[in-house]
Each structure stands twice: as structure tokens, then as C-alpha cells.
Write a protein that binds this ligand. Structure first.
Ligand code: HEC
Ligand code: HEC
Length: 74
């Protein structure tokens, strides 16, 4: 009996982990080159040049902190 409960719990955990991985939760990587684009906020705070605007919680974040979370390929 005990093992059966464990197995069900384990299956639930695995399913939850799979959903989180599949939805891609977390900061998206930077898809473009960043040389000449060091003023991230000039585009992403305003939506200039069709840039996706960053979420509300980003308003107080400075340019030099962006790559702490967003992976930049160099
Ligand atoms: C000249 C305007 C401009 C500047 C400056 C700029 N970006 Fe972007 N960014 C864009 C555009 C436009 C896109 C949409 C995808 C594309 O066209 O490459 C984008 C896409 C992104 C995305 C992906 C968003 C998503 O939903 O997947 C991230 C993350 C990002 N930029 C981060 C940065 C960071 C960090 C910097 C500073 C180092 C920066 N950007 C500077 C215009 C800019
Ligand atoms: C503390 C971590 C963190 C920092 C620092 C950070 N971001 Fe993000 N960013 C995230 C996360 C997590 C998401 C995705 C979840 C969300 O939308 O809130 C995101 C989403 C984005 C998006 C996608 C918006 C969309 O809807 O496609 C852009 C663009 C972006 N960030 C740009 C920036 C820029 C520019 C900076 C620097 C000013 C920055 N981020 C700093 C964590 C961070």
C-alpha cells in the first residue's frame, strides 16, 4: 500500500515538472545582437522599432542588469 501512494506522488511530481519545462517559464534569451544596442531600455521600455515592451516589474531595472537574467550570446 505504501509503495502505491509513493508511486502516485512521484508521477504527480514528474507531471508538474514536465508542465513547467514545456511552458518555458523564465526570462527569454536575447534573440538579437547587442553590439550597438547597449541602451536596452530605449527600445524595450517604449516599444520603439517594434521591440516587445518589457513587463511592468521591469520599470526600475537599469540597462546594466538586463543580462543578469536574459542570456546574451556574444
Ligand atoms: C534598437 C532597438 C533595440 C535595442 C537597443 C535592444 N533591443 Fe531587444 N529586441 C528588439 C526587437 C525589435 C526585438 C524583437 C525580436 C527581434 O526582432 O530580434 C527584441 C527582442 C528582445 C528580447 C526577446 C523578447 C521575447 O519576447 O522573446 C529580449 C529578451 C531582448 N530583446 C533583450 C534586450 C536587451 C537585454 C538589450 C540590451 C543589451 C536589448 N534587447 C536592446 C529591439 C531592441
Ligand atoms: C531579475 C531578472 C530580470 C532582469 C534583471 C531583467 N529581466 Fe526581462 N524578463 C525577466 C523575466 C522572468 C521575463 C519573462 C516573464 C515576464 O514576462 O514577466 C522577462 C521578460 C522580458 C521581455 C519580454 C517581454 C515580452 O512580453 O515578450 C523583455 C523584452 C525583457 N524582459 C527585457 C529586459 C530588459 C531590457 C532588461 C534590462 C532593463 C531586463 N529585461 C531585465 C527577468 C528579468
Amino acid at each position: 500500500m505504501r509503495y502505491r501512494i509513493l508511486a502516485v506522488a512521484l508521477a504527480g511530481l514528474l507531471a508538474a515538472a514536465f508542465v513547467v519545462a514545456a511552458c518555458g517559464v523564465g526570462p527569454p534569451a536575447v534573440p538579437h545582437a547587442v553590439s550597438g544596442r547597449t541602451d536596452c531600455r530605449s527600445c524595450h521600455a517604449t516599444g520603439a522599432g517594434d521591440a516587445p515592451r518589457f513587463p511592468q516589474d521591469h520599470r526600475s531595472r537599469g540597462n546594466n542588469g538586463c543580462d543578469d537574467c536574459h542570456f546574451v550570446e556574444r
